[in-house]
Ligand binder design. Structure first.
Ligand code: IPM
Ligand code: MG
Length: 354
């Protein structure tokens, strides 16, 4: 298992260090894990003048999987856009062809009170958001800021999806629904956008190949509402890049903390990039208070999806559960009666549970 480790910026290095502890423990138990580090985001800009340095690109291409912390920081906010940390992330996703982004939102029984919704609405919640990750308005051309004939300036972007882009992610969605609750809800804005009308047509066509999966369609504004009204109605949510960006942040809060949520971004051969759903949180960087569990759970997803080692994935997930059952909490999931610990102590506790 050749794994490229990209700590990135902000809290990235701290949380990745905890996931590396877990991988080192697994290696001690006989898994053939090889790890090599490289820079991405602001760290790439600082080290090599590029948020996705050539050396990082090389390493990630040669690796079976990539573990990423997070990118971004205030000090990079005024750089020209191609140099910004986020561009490193978008380029690595596009460059590796990571079109299928799996963002599970599940509520651990131990954390049901940490959700911003009433316990009865979220207890037992287990949703999979599948976000298309390499198309849509994120990558559409042309885009820019132009001056119209009238002399007024205008910002513009282009939304488009080609049939092959929709088909391949729809297949991942239906296959993932087959392994779960056999329900797929495709989210779009087909009442307004032509791109969405086409999306709906293609998803429906692909659905004919999966008669056992119950397919429904929902407009994105309604989906945003349903997620906080009755989130348990969903099993797999399939959606495009920009809607998935927004809905996955919303869904994360149902679970109590975005600090708990892992993600996988896969190519057509299950090579993947694994990262927590949260960002680099520069305001708490270096304070040893960040929650490393999303990053550790990202390693579990890596074992499941890239290496097909469901046993190892379950072992990591069980270790996280056990640590929560012991009452250990980082600040983001703390409640009275539990024990507040820092990032490194949480990592150590998971290794011990493992
Ligand atoms: C995410 C993030 C990124 C995105 C940003 C940092 C470019 O919000 O992974 O959801 O918009 O995809
Ligand atoms: Mg986002």
């Amino acid at each position: 298992m050749k794994i490229a480790v990209l700590p990135g910026d902000g809290i990235g290095p701290e949380i990745v260090a905890q996931a590396v502890k877990v991988m080192s423990a697994l290696r001690g138990d006989g898994l053939k894990i090889e790890m090599e580090y490289a820079h991405l985001g602001g760290a790439g800009y600082d080290a090599a003048g590029d948020p996705f340095p050539a050396a990082t690109e090389q390493l990630t291409k040669e690796s079976d999987a990539v573990l990423l912390g997070a990118v971004g920081g205030y000090q990079y906010d005024n750089l020209p856009r191609p140099m910004r940390p986020e561009q490193g992330l978008l380029r690595i996703r596009k460059g590796l062809g990571l079109f299928a982004n799996l963002r599970p939102a599940m509520v651990y029984p131990e954390l049901v009170n940490a959700s911003s919704l009433k316990p009865e609405l979220v207890s037992g919640l287990d949703i999979m958001i599948l976000r298309e990750l390499t198309g849509d308005i994120y990558f559409g051309q042309p885009r820019g800021i132009r001056t119209l004939e009238s002399g007024e300036r205008q910002g513009f972007d282009t939304m488009h999806y080609s049939e092959s882009e929709i088909r391949r992610v729809a297949h991942v969605g239906f296959q993932s629904a087959m392994k779960r609750g056999k329900k797929l809800c495709s989210v779009d804005k087909a009442n307004v956008l032509d791109t969405s009308m086409f999306w709906r047509e293609i998803v429906t066509a692909v659905g004919q190949e999966y008669p056992q999966v119950e397919l429904s369609h929902m407009y994105v504004d309604n989906a945003a509402m349903q997620l906080v009204r009755a989130p348990k109605q969903f099993d797999v949510i399939l959606t495009g890049n920009i809607f998935g960006d927004i809905l996955s942040d919303e869904a994360s809060m149902l679970t109590g903390s975005i600090g708990m949520l892992p993600s996988a971004s896969l190519d057509a051969n299950n090579k993947g990039l694994y990262e927590p759903c949260h960002g680099s949180a520069p305001d708490i960087a270096g304070k040893d208070i960040a929650n490393p569990l999303a990053t550790i759970l990202s390693v579990a997803m890596m074992m499941r999806y890239t290496f097909a080692r469901v046993d190892v994935a379950q072992r990591i997930e069980a270790a996280v559960r056990k640590t929560l059952q012991q009452g250990l909490r980082t600040g983001d999931i703390y409640e009275a009666g539990t024990q507040k610990v820092g990032c490194a102590a949480m990592g150590d506790a998971v290794v011990k549970s493992l």
